[in-house]
Structures are given as structure tokens and as C-alpha cells.
Write a protein that binds this ligand. Structure first.
Ligand code: GUN
Ligand code: ZN
Length: 428
């Protein structure tokens, strides 16, 4: 290895190990090989500096260097839907979301929004996300081009919806399958891009579409499937009416063989014990979307009921979610837990936003912490980003206090720099 290819980033450093144990160094060093873009080492600066004498070191005061954050559920064509007033899920979809997504038939809209969206993620310290597209194949191409150009690791898919949609968003079952198939061939494992068969929700898909998705998952065993599940009580009632032969909402997916470790279910608020048991048994994944659930009045997700049994990541769900910031999202997650009579500890919160998210997306062999060989996606958090944060941090004595103040007071202002595969992609 070229010695000059090594770069070191020195400052407070935190990451998590499998199982959730924190490794924290008040004076830490992250060593990155800028040729491969991978982590070489991470630990105590005093110990590591003599081991890498040729490394070019940058010192950061008053920061926490952490792995890039992982957003397990977000919609790229909903950037302009954020902050749409007054409705709950089904009306919100009809009144705001579907009309906006229809605009993504226009390539210029798709191209411009995709770039803005990924830059906004980077500005907020999010380096990987599971992303829903609009129904349009060309808009998915635009997203992947934008992500590939920035070398970000993204999971994305065009929404598949072959019934119960407005005319300007409808597609035939056959066209939906063929467009998805072409996108998988083009983008799944192209650079850092990965594909998710994106069944918007079962209200807008026929049973044939579900069979088609199962066949795609057979053809591409590491393909993802992402969808929405049990978000809103009116939606749950509608699903019972549309699928009277199924035992419950989850059974619609189960019947078609769509549960498993690569299936990511957004929301999961209104689930029965039987559905939870079945999700755990099949190792299906949950994306917890607190700002969205509060904004749409959907309900309070029970993190404690799922914890330990079902892998759960944190997610913004923009544009029902009200912020791109996973710090603000953790803040709202904490409040949702409070209302459910439990505490979301700061370490668990940051684990969920990093390695826990990577595990939820089955990407923990590549991202999520600073183990040697991982892809060097990381964030430099400025603990004193605002006068209030500086003032509050001055009183913090422990890692937990520092992290809790960061998640309760922080937002994009706390993200000083975001690095992708060892290259700086955002600087405040
Ligand atoms: N259910 C089906 N589509 C959507 C969507 O776009 N956002 C949310 N929050 N729920 C959905
Ligand atoms: Zn969503």
C-alpha cells in the first residue's frame, strides 16, 4: 500500500460493535486508505499514531467522528411533499403525494430532485438509505445516476403499483414487472447501488404483482423488497376489505412468500402479537419512522415490543416525515418511547442510526462501523454547532450525556463534514 494513501482523522470517536456495545475514544483516530476508500484502523490516537507514521493526520477539536448514518425508509419524489397540511395517510396520499409523484414523469424534475435529495441526505450525515421512487422507471434511473455520481451506497426501487392509483400513475402489471426487471439488471450491484423491489403497499398492488415480486426474489436471491405495513387504522381496515381471505395484514405478504431478512417493512404500528411473532420468525425487518407517525397521526410504534426479536432501523420517511435529519428523528423516537412508557437510551439510538441500521438492511458486512475493511463512510459531528449546544455540552460529563444532548438539540447544523469512501462529499 502507498503510505501516502493513508489519512487519519483525529478527534472524539464513537462506533458500535455487533450486539450494540459502544467503542468510544475521547482522543481517537480513524485511519482510512484513500485509494480503496476503506477503513484501515480505528482506536485510541496515542496507540495508533506510531503504527501509521506516514499517515496524513487532520485534527478536529470538539467533535464526534461516527460512521455515516443509515435511513431505512425514505421517498425521493416526496421532497416537495414535506410539510403538507392537515391530513392522515389515505387523504394525504390522494391530495398531495400522488399528484406530486406524477410530476416525476418529467426527466428534468427527476434529475434535479434526485441530486437535491442525495445532497440533503449528505448534509444531514446520512450516507446510506433505503429509498422509494415514483412509479416511473426513468425517475429511478435518474436517482441511481445521481447516487452513482456521488458514490453513495443506496438501496432504491421504483414503486410498483398496478391498481387503485390515479390514472396518471397507473401501470400495467406486466409493464411494472418488465421495468423493475430492467432496472435490476442495470443497477443492482452497479458500483455501490442496490435494488429493492418496491411494492408501495398492498392496497395498490394486485396478487399477480406479488407473485411477480416473489419470482424476482427467486431470480435475484439478494434482491431487497420494501413496502409499508400497518401504518394507519383506516389503511388496515381497507386491507382487510381488499383481502378478506387473509388472516391479517402481514398474512398478505406471508401468503406470497414475501417475508424474510431482505424484506423491509415501514411503520408496523398496528400489528397483532401473531404478526409480530411471524415477523420475528422470518427475520423480516422494520423501519421505525417516528416523525412521520406523529405528523400523519398514525400512532405510536412500540419499539420495546419489537426490540431483540425483530431487527428495527430508524427512518425519516420524508415526505410524511418532517425532517431529513436522523438526529431529529432520534429525538422524536425518544418522545414516542416516552409516551409508550419506555426509554430509548442514547447509545441504543445511535446504534440504531449506524450499525443497527446497517444490520436492518443486511449491509453490516460493508458499512455501519469502523471495523477494518469497512467502506469509509463517516460523519464529523460538531458538538458545539450552536450556542445552545455548546452551552449544554459544557455540562456533559459522560458519553451518554454528550450523545443525548446531540440527539435532542442537533440537526443538520451539527454535521460538520460527511465523507463517502474516504472522500469529503459535504462540508458545512
Ligand atoms: N403508504 C403507501 N404509500 C405511502 C407513502 O408514500 N408514505 C407513507 N407514509 N405511507 C404510505
Ligand atoms: Zn413511506
Amino acid at each position: 500500500m502507498e503510505p501516502s494513501a493513508l489519512k487519519g482523522y483525529r478527534g472524539g470517536l464513537l462506533h458500535f460493535l455487533p450486539g450494540g456495545r459502544a467503542e468510544h475514544f475521547t482522543d481517537g483516530l480513524l485511519v482510512v486508505d484513500t485509494v480503496s476508500g476503506r477503513v484501515v484502523d480505528a482506536g485510541k490516537a496515542d496507540y495508533l499514531l506510531p503504527l501509521y507514521p506516514a499517515a496524513d493526520i487532520t485534527v478536529y477539536p470538539n467533535v464526534l467522528i461516527m460512521p455515516g448514518m443509515v435511513d431505512c425508509h425514505i421517498h425521493y419524489p416526496q421532497v416537495d411533499v414535506i410539510a403538507s397540511y392537515g391530513e392522515q395517510l389515505l387523504q394525504w396520499l390522494n391530495q398531495y403525494t400522488f399528484p406530486t409523484e406524477a410530476g416525476f414523469a418529467d426527466d428534468t424534475v427527476a434529475e434535479q430532485t434526485a441530486g437535491f435529495f442525495i445532497d440533503e441526505l449528505l448534509k444531514n450525515g446520512t450516507t446510506t438509505a433505503a429509498v422509494f421512487g415514483s412509479v416511473h422507471k426513468t425517475a429511478a434511473d435518474a436517482f441511481f445516476r445521481a447516487s452513482h455520481a456521488r458514490n453513495t451506497r443506496m438501496i432504491m426501487g421504483k414503486s410498483m403499483m398496478d391498481r387503485n392509483t390515479p390514472d396518471n400513475l397507473s401501470e400495467s402489471t406486466a409493464d411494472s414487472l418488465s421495468a423493475t426487471h430492467q432496472l435490476i439488471e442495470r443497477w443492482h450491484h452497479y458500483g455501490r447501488q442496490l435494488y429493492a423491489a418496491t411494492l408501495r403497499f398492498v392496497v395498490t398492488s394486485t396478487e399477480q404483482q406479488m407473485r411477480d415480486i416473489r419470482s424476482l426474489m427467486n431470480e435475484y436471491p439478494d434482491l431487497y423488497m420494501q413496502t409499508h405495513l400497518a401504518e394507519n387504522l383506516h389503511e388496515v381496515e381497507l386491507v382487510h376489505k381488499l383481502f378478506p381471505q387473509r388472516r391479517h395484514y402481514l398474512d398478505v405478504f406471508d401468503y406470497h412468500g414475501l417475508l424474510g431478512p431482505r424484506s423491509i417493512f415501514g411503520h408496523c404500528i398496528h400489528l397483532s402479537d401473531d404478526e409480530r411473532r411471524r415477523m420475528a420468525e422470518t427475520e423480516s425487518r422494520i423501519a421505525f419512522c417516528p416523525t412521520s407517525n406523529l405528523f400523519l397521526g398514525s400512532g405510536l410504534f412500540r419499539l420495546e415490543a419489537e426490540s431483540g426479536r425483530i431487527r428495527t432501523g430508524i427512518a425519516t420517511d420524508v415526505g410524511a416525515g418532517t425532517s431529513f435529519s436522523l438526529l431529529r428523528t432520534l429525538h422524536e423516537a425518544y418522545k414516542v418511547c416516552q409516551l409508550n412508557g419506555s426509554n430509548l437510551s442514547p447509545q441504543r439510538a445511535f446504534y440504531m442510526a449506524t450499525l443497527g441500521g446497517a444490520e436492518t438492511l443486511s449491509l453490516d458486512d460493508r458499512i455501519g462501523n469502523f471495523s477494518t475493511g469497512k467502506e469509509a463512510d463517516f460523519v464529523i459531528f460538531d458538538l458545539q454547532a450552536t450556542p445552545l449546544m455548546a452551552r449544554r455540552q459544557a455540562r456533559c460529563r459522560t458519553l451518554d450525556e454528550t450523545l443525548f444532548a446531540l440527539m435532542m438539540l442537533g440537526d443538520d447544523r451539527a454535521v460538520k463534514e460527511t465523507w463517502i469512501m474516504g472522500e469529503k462529499r459535504y462540508s458545512r
